[in-house]
Design a protein around this ligand. Structure first.
Ligand code: OSB
Ligand code: MG
Length: 368
């Protein structure tokens, strides 16, 4: 398929509530959407880079720069028969996985459109619907947290992830556990601790958490292995896993027992599937993480989460958990703790193009 035209857009999309993690907070999102025309098909994808380099070094602006100055001008006009070849002309680029993933994932949606098969099927998924969870940002008070959690539990989420940081961790989670003895909770520290905190973190073992996500440095695997040896609670790696090589190393070192796969963080679907396959062969559960995506990114996450190794609920929440109005129709909803995996071709949901036009703050197109 010849890539005839690529158009990158930035849209402003404001979260209903501020989302705070140990390394920073955000309410007003600057989201990049990519529109690709090839062989008479049009698909959209999303770049999940955040506004500031608090989760990874990429930002909305670095992704815009890398995509518009280096990737899109080269990919425009190329012939692509296999989504795994989508990035071949820019294989020399180092890093910037989120920028690159937006292009690679669009390649999978194009393949879906070309074959007339659901994205789920093209990527190797099987599930018709997947269990989903919700990620709860750091709240100012325990009461506020309890209130937020109660609402999400009532909505049926199968996993409730609580963001923690020093000062808002063990004691806060203890109060939460007393209020909700049976809720499947986990904690996500986004790298807020060091090995000096081992004794403090060991107290988490009393709280019956499904896992603790990324307690230590964002680029570390060695110290996580030391911590895991001291903790009964499984460690889940997020930031530290950027490739299947990292997953192999983590498995060999014992850096954690679970991996959160975010396709943007690892450079796209091919890399995500490789990590999934490795983990499945080595009895490491995986689940699909989120980056506060619009409905476009969520459609991709659902297709990925339908693969059989995704045995734990993902951070894939209803459109209404994030946005007053999503950019896709129908919006994503949670029903009985599950979300349906779109079965249509392409990303399987329609884009609300008038709404996207109204939200667009800049755009740049490349013709092949
Ligand atoms: O660490 O998983 C994370 C959002 C932004 C950056 C990092 C993370 C998150 C989330 C949100 O936890 C998950 C979601 O999209 O609902
Ligand atoms: Mg995380």
């Amino acid at each position: 398929m010849r890539i005839d035209r690529l158009e990158l857009r930035e849209i402003g999309l404001n979260l209903k509530e501020r989302f705070e993690i140990s390394s920073g907070g955000r309410q007003d999102r600057r989201v990049l959407l990519l529109r690709v025309e090839a062989g008479g098909q049009t698909v959209w994808s999303e770049c999940v880079a955040a506004e500031d380099p608090s989760y990874s070094y990429e930002t909305t602006d670095t992704a815009w720069h890398v995509l518009t100055d280096f990737v899109l001008p080269v990919v425009a006009g190329t012939d692509v028969d296999d989504p795994r070849e989508m990035l071949a002309p820019v294989a020399w680029i180092r890093g910037h996985p989120m920028a690159l993933a937006a292009v690679e994932m669009a390649g999978w949606a194009l393949e879906s459109a070309r074959r007339g098969a659901a994205l789920r099927d093209v990527v190797g998924g099987t599930a018709e619907s997947v269990p989903v969870g919700v990620s709860v940002g750091i709240q100012g008070t325990d009461d506020a947290l309890i209130e937020r959690v109660r609402a999400f539990v009532e909505q049926g989420y199968r996993k409730v992830k609580i963001k923690i940081k020093p000062g808002r961790d063990v004691a806060m989670l203890r109060v939460l556990r007393e209020h909700f003895p049976d809720v499947p909770f986990m904690a996500d520290a986004n790298s807020a601790y060091t090995l000096a905190d081992v004794d403090h973190l060991k107290q988490l073992d009393e709280l019956d958490l499904m896992m603790i996500e990324q307690p230590l440095a964002w680029h570390d695997l060695r110290d996580h292995a030391r911590l895991q040896a001291e903790l009964a609670t499984p460690i889940c790696l997020d930031e530290s896993i950027r490739s299947v090589e990292d997953a192999r190393l983590a498995h060999e070192l014992g850096s954690g027992r679970i991996i959160n796969i975010k396709p943007g963080r690892v450079g796209g679907f091919a890399s995500s599937v490789a990590i999934h396959d490795f983990c499945r062969a080595h009895d490491m559960p995986v689940w699909c993480g989120g980056m506060l995506e619009s409905g476009v990114g969520r459609a991709y996450n659902l297709a990925l989460a339908s693969l059989p190794g995704f045995s734990l609920p993902g951070d894939i929440s209803a459109s209404s958990r994030y946005w007053a109005r999503d950019v896709v129709t129908p919006e994503f909803v949670v029903d009985g703790g599950h979300m349906r995996v779109p079965s249509g071709v392409g990303i399987g949901v329609d884009l609300d193009l008038d709404f996207i036009d109204a939200l667009t703050v800049r755009r740049q197109a490349f013709e092949g």
